[in-house]
Design a binder for this molecule. Structure first.
Ligand code: PLP
Length: 579
C-alpha cells in the first residue's frame, strides 16, 4: 500500500536489516547498493564503485533493471516513434561511435546529413531560387530554439538599422495557448515576451489567425504556427495567418515572419495532404522544425530545422569551426553528438520513400478514424476532427462514391492521427459521480497509457483523454483498446459507488504516484514555473501533474531505491499537459 507517501522506504529497509549483534550474516537488502545474484558483493548505487565488476555482470545488472520500464507500444501518450527494424539497428550500432560534428573526419556522414536537409527542403516545397539551409538537432525543441533565435536576431538587426530601441519594450513572440512547452521555453530562455493567443472550443483548441493578428506589433519577432497541436492533433491555419500578416504589412509597413512548428505535421501533412499549403509554399514561412523521432519514424534523439534561404539565417548565429584544419560552420546548440540518428533518418527515407510514408500515415489516420467513430457511438464526445467529413468539392466526392479510395484522408478534416475525447454530456448527466480521469487510471491497470489532460489555458475546465495513433497501434490493437475503454467506462457506470472504485485504484496505480515523482527528478516544478505549464517538463512522454507533486522534499533524487517486480508497466501516472 501507499506507505511511501509517509515513510521513507530506504530508511525502512535499512532499519529492518538483521541486527548484526545476533551474529547473522548481513544479507538484508540495502537500498543504496546493488545486491546482485551474480556472486558479487554489494556495489554502491549512488557513488562510483571503487572496483569494477565483470562486464557480463554489469550488463545483466542494468538489463534487469530495464525490465521495470513500461511497454513502449502501449504508451499512447507519446508521439515518439518506438520501432525500427534490425537493419536500422545495425546501421546505428555500426556508426554509434561517429561524432556528427567532426565534418572533416567523417565526410560521408556529413554528406548524408546534407542530403537529409535537401530531401526535407524539397518535401516542404522550398521555392526555386532559394538556397535552403538546415541542421539536424536532438529534437524539435532544439530546432525551435534555433528558429526562434534566427527570428529574434533578424528583428534586432531590423530595429537597429531603423535606429530603434531593441530593449524597451523588447521583443515579443506570438503563438497559441495550445503550444507545446518548447515554444514557451524558447521565449523564457531567450528573453522574448511570450504572447499567448487564447484558444476556445470553437477554434478547436488551436490558435485562430484572426485572434493572433490582434497580438502582433512592431516588436513581434514572428508568429509560431503549430502544424499539429499536441492536444487534439488539429492543424493551425498557416496560409490564413500569412495572408493576415500580408494585410497587416500593407497597413503598417511592419513585416512579420512565420516559423512553423511541424514537430509531427511536417512528417505527416506532405504525405496525407500533399496539396495542402502550409510549408515554404506559404509566403511568410521562413523556417520549419520537425521531429525525426516522431512521424519521421526514427528513434528518440532527432529533430530538424530547415530555413528557406541562407540569407534568413543571421551571420551572428553561425560559428566558424576550425577543426582539424578545415573551416566548417555550425549553428546548433549542442556540439558533439552521435551521427547514428541521422543515418537512421536516411535509412527511413530510402526504405520507405514517399509511398511508404504515405501508406503509414494513411493507415494511422484510418485507425484513428475507426477509434474516433467507435468512441463517438458509445459514451464519448470527440474533440478531434479527423473522422469528420471534409467540405470537399463535388468532383472529389463523386470520385469517392464511384468506388475510389474511401481511405483518402483528404475526404476528412485534416489533422494528425490523434483521437481526443471526453465523456459525453449525457453520460455525465446520468452518472455524475464518475470522474473522467479514473478512466486513465483504470486503463493503466490494463497496461494502456491514455492520458487525461486539461484543455489549454482559459478552457482548462474541459478535460480530454488522448490517444496518439502511431504505426505500432495496429487495427487489432485499436479493437482491443476500444474493448478496454468500454469495459472500464461501464465498470464505472455500474459500480455507482466511488468508494469501491477508489479502493480499486488505491490497490493499483495510485500507489506509485508519489514514488514516480521522485523517480523523475526532472519533473519537479522549478520555482517560478509558468502558471499554466502544469509542471510538465516537456520531455517526451514525461509529464507532471498539478496536484500530484511529490511530498518528498526533493533533496534526494537518488530516492529511487526500491522497486518491485510488479512495478513493471507503471511509470508516470498523472498528466498535466500534452507533450
Ligand atoms: C513534440 C513536440 C515538440 C517538442 O519536440 P521534441 O522533438 O520532443 O523536442 C514541439 N512542438 C510540438 C507541436 C510537438 O508535438
Amino acid at each position: 500500500m501507499a506507505l511511501s507517501k509517509h515513510i521513507d522506504p530506504d530508511e525502512l529497509i535499512q532499519a529492518c536489516k538483521d541486527h548484526p549483534h545476533f551474529g547473522l550474516l548481513d544479507d538484508g537488502l540495502n537500498p543504496t547498493t546493488h545486491k546482485t545474484v551474480y556472486g558479487l558483493s554489494d556495489i554502491p548505487k549512488f557513488t562510483l564503485p571503487s572496483d569494477g565488476i565483470p562486464r557480463s555482470a554489469a550488463y545483466q545488472l542494468i538489463h534487469d533493471e530495464m525490465e521495470l520500464d513500461g511497454a513502449p507500444i502501449l504508451n499512447l501518450a507519446s508521439f515518439v516513434n518506438t520501432g525500427m527494424d534490425h537493419h536500422a539497428d545495425r546501421l546505428m550500432q555500426e556508426n554509434m561511435n561517429k561524432n556528427l560534428v567532426d565534418f572533416d573526419e567523417y565526410p560521408a556522414t556529413q554528406a548524408i546529413h546534407t542530403r537529409c536537409i535537401s530531401i526535407l527542403a524539397d518535401l516542404w516545397k522550398v521555392p526555386k531560387g532559394c538556397k535552403a539551409i538546415g541542421t539536424a538537432t536532438t529534437g524539435s525543441s532544439e530546432a525551435i530554439m534555433l528558429g526562434g533565435l534566427a527570428m529574434k536576431k533578424r528583428w534586432q538587426e531590423k530595429m537597429k538599422a531603423a535606429g530603434k530601441d531593441i530593449h524597451n519594450p523588447g521583443p515579443n513572440i506570438v503563438f497559441g495557448a495550445n503550444a507545446q512547452v518548447a515554444l514557451e521555453k524558447f521565449a523564457r530562455y531567450f528573453d522574448v515576451e511570450c504572447r499567448l493567443v487564447p484558444v476556445t472550443e470553437e477554434s478547436h483548441f488551436v490558435m485562430d489567425p484572426k485572434e493572433a493578428i490582434k497580438f502582433v506589433d512592431e516588436n513581434t519577432i514572428g508568429v509560431m504556427v503549430i502544424m499539429g497541436s499536441t492536444y487534439t492533433g488539429e492543424f493551425e491555419d498557416v496560409k490564413s495567418m500569412s495572408d493576415l500578416l500580408d494585410e497587416y504589412e500593407a497597413r503598417t509597413g511592419i513585416d512579420i515572419p512565420i516559423h512553423v512548428d511541424g514537430a509531427s505535421g511536417a512528417f505527416t501533412a506532405p504525405f496525407a495532404y500533399p496539396d495542402y499549403q502550409w510549408a515554404f509554399d506559404v509566403k511568410r514561412v521562413n523556417s520549419i522544425n520537425a521531429s525525426g523521432h516522431k512521424f519521421g519514424l526514427t528513434y528518440a534523439g532527432l529533430g530538424w530545422l530547415v530555413i528557406k534561404d541562407e540569407s534568413l539565417l543571421p551571420k551572428d548565429l553561425i560559428f566558424e569551426l576550425h577543426y582539424l584544419g578545415t573551416a566548417q560552420s555550425s549553428f546548433t546548440l549542442n556540439f558533439s553528438r552521435s551521427a547514428a540518428p541521422v543515418l537512421a533518418q536516411m535509412y527511413r527515407f530510402l526504405e520507405l520513400g514517399r509511398k511508404g510514408y504515405t501508406e503509414i500515415v494513411c493507415a494511422d489516420l484510418a485507425n484513428a478514424r475507426l477509434l474516433s467513430r467507435a468512441l463517438e457511438r458509445s459514451y464519448f464526445t470527440l474533440l478531434s476532427n479527423i473522422h469528420r467529413p471534409a467540405k470537399v468539392s463535388v468532383a472529389t466526392r463523386v470520385t469517392a462514391t464511384l468506388g475510389a479510395d474511401q481511405e483518402d484522408p483528404n475526404l476528412y478534416c485534416r489533422g494528425l492521427p490523434v483521437v481526443a475525447f471526453r465523456l459525453s454530456d449525457e453520460f455525465m448527466k446520468e452518472y455524475p459521480h464518475v470522474q473522467q480521469r479514473w478512466i486513465q487510471q483504470l486503463l493503466r491497470i490494463k497496461g494502456w497509457i491514455v492520458p487525461n489532460y486539461n484543455a489549454p489555458k482559459a478552457v482548462e475546465q474541459i478535460e480530454m483523454l488522448r490517444v496518439v495513433v502511431r504505426s505500432t497501434l495496429s487495427a487489432d490493437l485499436v479493437a482491443r483498446l476500444l474493448t478496454d475503454i468500454l469495459e472500464v467506462t461501464e465498470s464505472l457506470k455500474e459500480r455507482g459507488s466511488d468508494s469501491t472504485l477508489m479502493m480499486a485504484l488505491q490497490a493499483h496505480g495510485e500507489t506509485h504516484k508519489d514514488q514516480t515523482s521522485v523517480n523523475h527528478p526532472a519533473q519537479r516544478r522549478p520555482s517560478g514555473h509558468h502558471p499554466h505549464s502544469n509542471g510538465s517538463n516537456g520531455s517526451n512522454g514525461s509529464h507532471g501533474k498539478r496536484g500530484h507533486r511529490t511530498k518528498h522534499n526533493g533533496s534526494r533524487p537518488e530516492a529511487m531505491g526500491v522497486h518491485h517486480k510488479d512495478d513493471a508497466g507503471e511509470g508516470q501516472v498523472g498528466f498535466g499537459r500534452p507533450c
